[in-house]
Each structure stands twice: as C-alpha cells, then as structure tokens.
Design a protein around this ligand. Structure first.
Ligand SMILES: [Fe+2]
Ligand SMILES: [Fe+2]
Length: 280
C-alpha cells in the first residue's frame, strides 16, 4: 500500500463491513437450479434490494410489455446469475448511501453510472465471446467503489478533485495531488479489505489503466471500454470531464481493431442509450 493511501485509510475509523445479505449471496452455490429458491429468500429479506431488482427487471433492457411485481418474476426474467450479481453490487454500494442531503446526489449519480458500466461490461464481454459474463457485470458495477468511499468519508477532498478535473485537468493526476491516491487505488484497497475476488480487485485498480493489468487483462479491458463509452454519453459525478482517453491496449487484449471503436459506440448507442435504457 502506498503511504498516502495508508494515511487516508487510517482516517476511516469505522469501515463499513459487508452486509449480511451480500455475505449470503456470495456464499450461494454456483448451481443455478439449487440457488433460485435461496436467492429469492435472501433478496426478500431486504426490501430495498428487492424493490431495485424488480424495477430493474422492468427496464426496457428486457423488452417485456408485462411488468414484474415480484422477485420470483424478476429472477425468471433476468436469470439467477444476473440477479445474484446485481443484488450483490447493490448491497455493497448501498453501504455508502447515507440518505443525507450532502452526499445523496453524488451517490445517486455514482449508483446510476455504476449500473450503466455494469450492463455495458456484460454486453461488451458477450460481444467479444467471453465466458462467465456475470463477473464482468459485477466488476463494472463496482469499478468506481473508490468514488463511493471518497464521496462518503472525504466529501470535501472528493469535491475539490472532481471540480478541478471538470475544468479539464487529468482526473487521476488531480486526485493524486489533492487526495494523495486515485479513486482506483482507494477502491482496490476496499475490495481487498472485503476479500472480494482478485479479478474484481484488479479490474477496480486498473479500470483507467487496463494495460497495467497482469492477471485478468480481459476483465480490466472490458470494464475500461464500458466506462469509456458510458462517460462519453453521461459523465458521472466523479468523472465530469466527458471521460478520458481510450487505452488502445484494451482493444488489443480483446483482439478488437481500433477502427471498430466507432461502430461499437454506435451499436451501444442504438441498443442502450437511444432506447432510454439508461435513464435514471
Ligand atoms: Fe473511474
Ligand atoms: Fe467510472
């Protein structure tokens, strides 16, 4: 851990622990049929998560005209593994939602951005012929975990860094200068504290710099691309300056041609943004 990060994290006297719901979801067996009933009962225990899962299942993404009103219907529509990862992501993210006026709007924007990057990560992974795309969804959803933590515990520094980067400064450099660490480093630190899988930890750490990813290069590359496309369309609160340059290494890792980026963006625009799927 770098020194500034150590200093910063020492100031967090009470780090939120993983909620019981998230623990139960992580401990579910990988077997879809065995997990369905258990997943439903875990989600039912948490009305906030249940409501979000049901509303997600009714989004235009799934193209159904009839609306789901129950968790079972949502699971049948979205699939066990998808619901499991969405519920896990929501459960971890809501730890940083204090519902207070000061941080609420920052949290809502970050939550929406995270969901968009989660969905796009899964979509890009599927389009690239990758397997286990649920893992891509979760990594995309948690990629800006560091922003959530900074917004919650160090709102002053967080706002200063994001305001300066909105003025055109490089976000990561601004964070280094003001906070001492980047939101990617802070997020990876938390993922490590929570014992999240190594692949997710690495994707969080390298979502802005996928060429530095050593172990799960494809995962970091996909999350980077998803974040890049999402920010060009809707800037998140921590990444106001309409994104950052694309790391060409992410395309190489996925065997995608540089000329294909424009087409990919058009396809995402057509299938997601233009259909209103990402409206908050
Ligand atoms: Fe980021
Ligand atoms: Fe992001």
């Amino acid at each position: 851990m770098n020194d500034p990060l150590q200093l910063l994290t020492k100031k967090i006297t009470k780090l939120p622990t993983i909620p019981a719901t998230a623990h139960q979801i992580m401990n579910l067996a990988d077997d879809e049929s065995a997990s369905l009933g258990k997943l439903e009962s875990i989600i039912q225990q948490d009305p906030a998560i249940a409501a979000r899962i049901v509303s997600f299942s009714n989004s235009a993404l799934f193209g159904h005209t009839s609306s789901c009103t129950t968790v079972v219907c949502a699971i049948q529509r979205i699939g066990v593994n998808n619901v499991r990862n969405i519920a896990l992501g929501i459960s971890l993210m809501t730890l940083f939602d204090d519902g207070g006026q000061e941080h609420a709007s920052g949290y809502q924007k970050l939550y929406h951005h995270s969901l968009v990057v989660g969905m796009l990560s899964k979509h890009i992974a599927e389009g690239s012929g990758l397997k286990r795309t649920e893992e891509y969804f979760l990594s995309g959803m948690l990629h800006d975990l560091g922003f959530l933590l900074l917004n919650r515990y160090f709102p002053g520094m967080y706002r200063k860094a994001t305001d300066e980067s909105a003025g055109g400064e490089c976000l990561l450099e601004t964070e280094k200068a003001i906070i001492g660490s980047t939101h990617a480093e802070v997020g990876a630190w938390l993922a490590d504290k929570w014992n999240l899988p190594e692949a997710i930890w690495e994707a969080i750490l390298h979502h802005h710099t996928p060429s530095c990813a050593k172990m799960h290069a494809k995962l970091s590359a996909v999350v980077h691309l998803a974040d890049y496309f999402a920010l060009r369309k809707v800037p998140a609160s921590g990444e106001k300056s309409r994104g950052y340059p694309l790391d060409p290494a992410s395309l190489e890792v996925l065997s995608l041609p540089l000329e294909g980026v424009g087409k990919m963006e058009e396809e995402i625009d057509r299938n997601f943004f233009s259909r209103g799927i990402f409206l908050s």
